[in-house]
Write a protein that binds this ligand. Structure first.
Ligand SMILES: NC(=O)c1ccc[n+]([C@@H]2O[C@H](COP(=O)([O-])OP(=O)(O)OC[C@H]3O[C@@H](n4cnc5c(N)ncnc54)[C@H](OP(=O)(O)O)[C@@H]3O)[C@@H](O)[C@H]2O)c1
Length: 282
């Protein structure tokens, strides 16, 4: 078993490969198709996409044409953040399934608790509960193996936890060395949710950190590999995105151990990009 097939277990018993391949900002068409095929060829078995990424068609085609048994690949997609009416949830799910060309999804997430134009600036508790109740119906239909949320802060999450039947399986949040949303993360983990780390490389912003580079050299790895390993050792699931084969392959080479002392240092790191967050990402 490699790190790409090693799994976490979600709160409903479903196994999820410990590293996911991110696809945000990978253009639909050849680039998305080739990137996902390269990732699958390199051994990744977990692909993260979303309706709003606009690349579900190519991502799905790459999965279908990979020759790999569907049951071996964990596929996540997301309900657009702008969808806050109950009767719009199922039609969006159907569209995602049509785009992907799959008859079953492994994980379906509410992309955010607010439309992006109001990120972190409004509460939509009643709307999110109504949307979640529709997600529960899809889950009970058996067409998705787990459901969860993304970008939820602790209050958004408690709104669902206290009033819904199904506990979300994951909260996918922005998480990288120096920016780990301690309040939201702790709340989610204390209720049994897995944290998925989006932008684990700070969308490339971590690459040139001199402090990270110095520590990475000590282990004979790259800054990126250190940043991915940091997530794993904190029990979090990283979703690195890459389009270059050498990046895709290197990001799976994280079979080393960061010492406890260095994990303490990394967990106390300053945010390399403090202006890059909305108010709820703390
Ligand atoms: N739920 C949400 O709201 C949300 C928000 C943001 C992201 N996400 C998810 O999280 C995933 C990852 O986040 P992200 O897209 O922000 O990016 P990221 O993984 O933090 O960083 C990606 C960048 O790092 C570069 N890179 C990757 N591996 C590298 C390596 N070994 N050496 C040098 N450079 C390397 C990539 O370059 P190349 O592409 O040129 O290879 C790309 O420019 C997304 O794709 C998406 O699936 C979710």
């Amino acid at each position: 078993m490699t790190i790409l097939t090693d799994t976490y277990t979600l709160n409903n018993g479903v196994k999820i490969p410990k590293i996911g391949f991110g696809t945000w900002q990978i253009p639909d068409g050849e680039v998305a198709y080739d990137s996902v095929r390269m990732a699958l060829d390199a051994g990744y078995r977990h692909i993260d996409t979303a309706y709003v990424y606009g690349n579900e068609c190519s991502v799905g085609r790459a999965i279908r044409e990979s020759g790999i048994d569907r049951d071996e690949i964990f596929v996540t997609s997301k309900l657009p953040a702008e969808v806050k009416k109950a009767d719009e949830v199922l039609p969006h799910f159907e569209k995602t399934m049509e785009n992907l060309g799959l008859d079953r999804l492994d994980l379906y997430l509410i992309h955010a608790p607010w439309p992006w134009a109001h990120a972190g600036m409004m509460r939509m508790d009643e709307e999110n509960l109504a949307v979640w109740n529709e997600m529960e119906k899809i889950y009970h239909s058996g067409r998705v193996r787990a459901i969860g949320v993304s970008n939820f802060d602790n209050l958004d999450l408690k709104n669902i936890l206290h009033r819904a039947e199904v506990t979300p399986a994951v909260n996918q949040i922005q998480y990288y060395v120096g920016a780990t949303e301690p309040r939201n993360r702790t709340c989610a983990q204390s209720h049994g949710l897995l944290i998925e780390a989006y932008s684990p490389l700070a969308t490339g912003g971590l690459l040139d950190s001199p402090k990270l580079k110095a520590m990475a050299e000590k282990y004979g790895v790259s800054t990126v590999q250190l940043a991915i390993r940091f997530c794993l050792q904190n029990g979090v699931l990283p979703l690195p995105k890459a389009t270059h084969r050498e990046h895709i392959e290197a990001n799976a080479q994280v079979d080393f151990t960061i010492s406890d002392a260095d994990m303490d240092k990394l967990n106390a790191f300053d945010d390399p990009n403090p202006d890059n967050h909305n108010p709820s990402q703390r």
